[in-house]
Design a protein around this ligand. Structure first.
Ligand code: DON
Length: 305
């Protein structure tokens, strides 16, 4: 533990001089207002110890990291039948690509590309009376923090320009893979992406992925161990879109990114770590976040491989 703490502090200092060639996301207008120099890190261990540095208590937009938690809810509702609606293969494409969806008859490659997460939102609407409330409560319980909320400015901002996401859902609807009203599904999808969260809250919320599906701080079983392993596997293979190979190669942990600048990574049996830095590379992943996690697993000499 001391080694992890020491390494994090050392790296955090080193990264003050990181030359960041990335650019923050601007396709969602509201995201363009973030201070691009923010930089936060939080690592939570199974015993509840948390090491937080920099802007670890500054909220940022959860965006695609929400796709992991909506998947957990849908997987627990449908079990293995879920995979009739969405596959578990890496896409090798951008997160909002339409290309494979047409070729593969409206079945998204995996639940972490936008199309897959939209199908997951459709499933939640079919099975839950108030999915918006269930999702928010779920994340609040995982983080043990009721101050986590949706950000309606981000919600409306994304919705106002979401032409591509609407084309994805229309295409899937035409293939019969969306069962509910398109606007209702999209609103839930945008809402889940809009959650405002800090590094500290997020590393705590994702801790159960490092502990066979049981939250180590509440002892609540969130996923049975086999499902937990499977979601970790999907994070490893699909969590960074067409950069999933690069993340596995350089960092060697299952994880998930979001265009808000956050990255969560899991070391099964050890920790969950969040890095937040808004400048993204061309694939939509935080440049500094990826570089930091690469250094972390290199210095600790400890990835899952
Ligand atoms: O649908 C979108 O485009 C966003 N709400 C989420 C995209 C995202 O975070 C991709 N991740 N790197």
């Amino acid at each position: 533990m001391d080694k992890i703490k020491e390494t994090l502090h050392q790296l955090f200092d080193d990264f003050q001089n990181f030359e960041d060639k990335g650019q923050k996301a601007t396709y969602i207008p509201e995201l363009a207002h973030i201070d691009e120099d923010l930089f936060g890190v939080s690592l939570s261990c199974l015993d509840g110890m948390q090491i937080s540095l920099g802007d670890a208590t500054t909220p940022f937009s959860l965006q695609s990291i929400s796709k992991v938690l909506s998947l957990v809810l849908a997987y627990n509702i449908l079990g293995e039948d879920l995979w009739k609606r969405v596959d578990v293969e890496p896409s090798g494409d951008t997160f909002n690509s339409l290309i494979l969806l047409e070729l593969e008859m409206g079945i998204p490659r995996n639940p972490f590309i936008n199309a897959g997460a939209i199908v997951v939102a459709d499933i939640l609407i079919s099975h839950l009376k108030n999915p918006e409330e269930v999702f928010l409560k779920f994340i609040q319980e995982l983080a043990q923090d009721t101050s986590i909320q949706y950000d309606l400015n981000i919600f409306h901002s994304e919705k106002s320009v979401a032409y591509r996401n609407y084309s994805l859902i229309n295409l899937m609807k035409s293939f019969g893979n969306i069962h509910n009203d398109i606007d209702k599904v999209m609103d839930l999808y945008f809402m889940m992406c809009s959650v405002s969260i800090t590094c500290q809250q997020l590393s705590k919320a994702f801790l159960f992925f490092a502990n066979d599906g049981t939250h180590p701080l509440t002892q609540q079983q969130i996923l049975i161990p086999s499902r937990n392993r499977r979601i970790n596997a999907i994070m490893q293979l699909c969590g960074f879109y067409d950069e999933a190979g690069e993340f596995a190669y350089r960092v060697g942990l299952p994880g998930k990114s979001g265009v808000g600048g956050g990255i969560i990574a899991i070391h099964p049996g050890l920790y969950a770590v969040t890095v937040f830095s808004p400048k993204l590379n061309k694939k939509g992943n935080s440049t500094k976040g990826m570089a930091f996690l690469e250094r972390l697993t290199s210095e600790l000499n400890n990835s899952i491989f």
